[in-house]
Design a binder for this molecule. Structure first.
Ligand code: BF8
Length: 626
């Protein structure tokens, strides 16, 4: 049955248009399934249900009338803490396993076992080698790649010490984490330990579980995710400012359209290379198309956008709707955030759904299992199959709403510092003078609980109007691009101080720094700013925000941003309200421990006000004009 909530579905016209077409075409969407799930389970929403063991499943009555303990004896605090800890572990595992794939690819490149890949940025490789203590004198690029990959892979199961890149948080933060015993001791180790602690009858102290949650998240943010970002830069290039486009209008009715969806650039980069081959472009023309058009979705899309300027077709909630255009020959996926419904939507049209990862199987998909050794060959097979499929398109089924919106992307830390003349000093001076009052990372997902893109766009607009620079990643970045925030001309939307700075530098007031693993670029920059000023990150006028988050990965990110000293505002209430003690700890108590907290504010206008107040408080603390 079509969703009942049409008017509330999105801030942009393309989504309701496509939802209506989906209904007419008999295609079920995420909004239909969301409606079918209502009313939601109140116990689960509050974090008061537990299915960790089979003495249960158990639930606790929030009104105090029914059971107040699970069969094992866990009370509400423990139940909520265990559930939250497992969310952090799952999120950290997902990002980190993605990073592991990149480390393995780098090693294969160094060993000459990955024909489709090469080191694209030797300066970045050498900088990382130095950070990892490798004496590169007399070593060739391949040898450095193998040794660096080996040291990074060792960090997954490290036996002694802590993750090297934690030092990027700056001296003061590193010392604080060391004193607290929160330095991550190995990526897999912290994730496994969280699963162990939250097994029935191990860690029965909610505070202890949450503190380990911080350490687990740091193993992601300063470990697995950061390895993902850094090796992607080594293999595929350090992003530099690049101009591209966004929204469903990037689908080209005349061309063979190939969509790339997921998170890991290891597959999508090889597809981009194959699709540019004149042999396939010529084949597409023989089939009656104008050429081959690539477009991105979600974070694989962000990776390609940042480095190659591939346009973005949409974010998380648009991934079904883009297939409903009827103009997509193939959607190629790797892993994470790929709705299980997508192969079924593809089957409603002529679209071929191709899965590529040994970790992500889809029973209804065409399967090409990519490895570093076979990727270049398989990419050519897949692109050929997409081109061949153009003949199967039904022109009557095609409908593509709207025109593409221009956007500028590619703001790696290196590119940002480059735009600033090689040092954070000009940014610091702008912050000190109050032209830029502070900076906020607005990150994360879409969630059908929230009007699509409403939280992202409303919050971002109000922040830039108030002279707060926004850095965005993940699905937020598509929303902000569609809203027109990502061109240098968008400086006109900013307050007078930020406008002046953006115009002087020729940059937008909203800087796209990448995919979700690239939130590590934000903490790297924050650590550099802190050291430049000789303060702790928690003293800086910074904040994080995830207005429409849905995934476990977002919880891991929120935790490591807070553990890094940056207060983070969530627009969707996490499943913790069943434990007032956990709520108090997460939103207040953490301030005394790590100098930052989680905050929850579903209304993006009120959230902006709260962030502005937070930034003013930090400015006052540094003696800066408010
Ligand atoms: O890692 S923002 S919906 S696509 S989880 Fe997923 Fe969320 Fe999008 Fe990228 Ni991040």
């Amino acid at each position: 049955m079509p969703s009942k909530r049409k008017a509330e579905q999105s801030v942009t016209a393309d989504a309701p248009f496509m939802i209506a077409k989906a209904a007419a075409d008999g295609v079920e969407t995420v909004w239909d399934r969301y409606d079918a799930q209502e009313p939601k389970c109140g116990f689960c929403d509050l974090g008061l249900s537990c299915r960790i063991c089979l003495m249960g499943p158990c639930r606790i009555d929030p009104f105090g009338e029914g059971p107040q303990k699970g069969v094992c004896g866990a009370d509400a605090d423990l139940m909520v803490a265990r559930n939250l800890g497992r969310m952090v572990a799952a999120g950290a595992a997902s990002h980190s396993d993605h990073g592991r794939d990149l480390a393995e690819t780098l090693e294969a490149v160094g060993k000459g076992e990955a024909a489709g890949y090469a080191v694209a940025s030797e300066p970045k490789l050498l900088a990382l080698a130095k950070e990892y203590g490798i004496d590169t004198a007399g070593m060739d690029t391949a040898a450095v790649a193998v040794e660096l990959a080996g040291l990074m892979m060792d960090e997954y199961g490290m036996r002694v010490g802590s993750l090297r890149m934690t030092k990027r948080l700056g001296k003061a933060r590193y010392a604080r984490l060391e004193t607290l015993g929160l330095l991550p001791r190995g990526i897999d180790r912290e994730v496994v330990e969280m699963m162990h602690r939250t097994h029935m009858g191990v860690d029965n102290d909610p505070v202890s579980i949450l503190l380990h949650g911080l350490r687990t998240s740091l193993a992601d943010g300063l470990g697995g995710s950061m390895i993902g970002t850094e090796i992607s830069d080594v293999l595929f290039g350090v992003p530099t400012p690049t101009v591209s486009q966004a929204n469903l209008g990037v689908i080209d009715a005349g061309a063979v359209n190939i969509l790339l969806h997921g998170h890991n650039p290891v597959v999508s980069d090889t597809i981009a290379t194959a699709a540019a081959d004149p042999e396939f472009v010529e084949l597409a023309k023989q089939k009656g198309a104008t050429g081959i058009n690539l477009a991105g979705l979600c974070c694989t899309g962000n990776e390609l956008l940042m480095r190659k300027g591939v346009p973005m077709a949409g974010n998380h909630l648009m991934t079904e709707l883009v297939l409903v255009t009827g103009a997509v020959e193939m959607i190629i996926v790797d892993y994470q955030c790929i709705m299980p419904s997508l192969p079924r939507v593809a089957k409603c049209y002529h679209t071929r759904f191709v899965s590529t990862s040994d970790k992500g199987h889809y029973p209804e998909a065409d399967r090409y299992e990519f490895t570093p050794a076979n990727a270049a060959t398989l990419a050519r097979q897949v692109v050929r199959a997409a081109v061949e499929n153009f003949a199967n398109r039904d022109p009557e089924a095609v409908s593509i709403p709207g025109e593409p919106v221009r956007q500028m992307s590619g703001f790696s830390v290196e590119a940002l510092l480059g735009a600033l003349g090689g040092s954070p000093k000009p940014l610091v001076e702008a912050i000190v003078a109050g032209k830029v009052r502070g900076a906020v990372g607005v990150v994360g997902c879409n969630n059908p609980r929230v009007k699509h893109d409403y939280g992202h766009v409303t919050l971002t607009r109000k922040l830039i109007e108030n002279d707060i620079l926004v850095l965005d990643t993940g699905c937020v970045s598509v929303a902000n691009a569609k809203a027109g925030f990502k061109t240098p001309e968008a400086a006109e939307l900013a307050g007078p101080g930020l406008r002046e700075v953006c115009k002087a530098l020729g940059i937008p007031p909203v800087l796209h720094v990448g995919s979700c693993v690239d939130n590590t670029r934000i903490v790297t920059l924050a650590g550099a700013l802190a050291d430049h000023l000789d303060v702790d990150i928690s003293q800086l006028p910074l904040a994080g925000a995830a207005p429409e988050w849905y995934s476990e990965k977002a919880v891991a990110i929120a935790f490591y941003v807070v553990a890094s000293g940056i207060t983070t505002f969530l627009g969707v209430v996490p499943p913790i309200l069943g434990s007032p003690n956990i709520v108090k700890l997460a939103t207040e108590g953490l301030e005394d421990v790590v100098g930052a907290t989680l905050a929850v504010e579903p209304d993006p206008n009120k959230c902006a006000d709260a962030i502005i107040a937070h930034i003013n408080k930090k400015r006052a603390g540094l003696g800066l004009p408010v």
